[in-house]
Design a binder for this molecule. Structure first.
Ligand code: SF4
Length: 333
């Protein structure tokens, strides 16, 4: 099975069974941005989750959250972003206004901003999942999981695989990392589902020390590895970035190819792109097009993935706050 298909079916399975937001392919390093990408992230809801859904459906830029802007008196925007590079500050301020986290007013030719509502305490534990359907082709698996365990950016890390997991496999990965074996025939647990996916817990994950300094390996040289020590504050901010990316992005980021051989497949509460020729899910951006021998040019199936996410999860495509703002704007049009 391809890693792509494994990942989509696992996301559908987790979304249907957990009170958590599911997202895929999110950056999870601090000192080396982009150095570590988590395949799947499950984000558990915090006490003010509903307040977050009321603000915006999109990711709020981290620089806007960190800026010295509150919901009270409006501030001259450049004073509020004093710690930030001017270009990044401008982009963050404009985006925050566009999605409704900030509102702005003009005074004497200067732009002043304030938060439409206070940024809430809306997420709790973050679980990172590394997908490796076939452990005989591990790639960088061991070093990736060692990075996750020593950095401690997410609360738990789990390896998900379809392979039979041996004692030797378990000994090669850090003991903090949990292991799930994914069965496709429903025969090994009583957790069978529409997709035929069952999760067998081979090892429970340990809780990582997210509030303590972490060690992030950077580059390996013969006989030594360069590392960065990452402070708890930097980790907290990186966790907030992960949470915001997860909220805005989710996991339905795939496309449906314009090919007559592709059909839609329902897996739990999700609609996925299924190729009849391959007999499996396909990654349209990588696999589909005129160079494929079975390609038949046709319109792509009409699937409203955003509407599906809105219906099936706690994420809201059209928050109430936005509807109020839009009807307010209508009065001036
Ligand atoms: S382009 Fe090829 S891989 Fe993609 S759906 Fe059509 S037949 Fe399948």
């Amino acid at each position: 099975m391809s890693e792509f298909a494994f990942e989509l079916e696992l996301c559908a399975h987790l979304e249907a069974r957990r009170e958590a937001l599911v997202a895929r392919q999110l950056g999870a390093s601090v000192a080396d941005p982009g150095g570590r990408i988590l395949d799947v992230v499950c984000l558990e809801q915090g006490p003010e989750f509903e307040d977050r859904t009321a603000i915006a459906s999109e990711t709020i830029p981290d620089a806007a959250i960190a800026a010295d802007v509150g919901p009270g008196r409006a501030r001259y925007w450049k004073d509020a972003f004093a710690e930030c590079h001017p270009d990044r500050a401008r982009r963050a301020m404009d985006r925050a206004c566009e999605i409704g986290f900030f509102e702005r007013e003009r005074r004497n030719g200067r732009e002043y901003v304030r938060q439409v509502s206070r940024y809430p305490d809306w997420y709790d534990r973050i679980v990172g999942i590394e997908n490796k359907p076939d452990l005989e082709r591990p790639g960088d698996l061991e070093s990736q999981l060692r990075t996750d365990a020593s950095l401690g950016l997410v609360d738990e890390v789990v390896l998900a695989t379809e392979s039979y997991v041996t004692r030797a496999h378990l000994n090669r990965i850090p003991e903090e990392v949990g292991v799930w074996r994914v069965h496709r025939d429903g025969a090994n647990t009583d957790d069978s589902s529409d997709t035929g996916l069952d999760l067998e817990v081979i090892r429970e994950p340990a809780t990582l020390a997210v509030d303590e300094p972490g060690i992030e390996p950077l580059e390996s040289h013969p006989g030594r590895t360069d590392v960065a020590v990452v402070s708890p504050d930097a980790k907290a901010r990186a966790r907030r970035r992960i949470a915001e990316r997860a909220y805005g992005k989710g996991w339905r980021t795939y496309e449906f190819p314009g090919c007559g051989t592709c059909s839609t497949k329902r897996a739990e509460n999700a609609t996925l792109p299924h190729c009849e020729w391959h007999g499996r899910l396909v990654d349209a951006t990588l696999e589909c097009g005129p160079s494929c021998p079975e390609y038949e040019s046709e319109s792509a199936p009409e699937v409203d993935l955003e509407g599906e996410r809105d219906r099936e999860t706690a994420w809201q495509a059209e928050p109430d706050g936005r509807q109020r703002r839009q009807s307010g704007l209508d009065r001036f049009q």
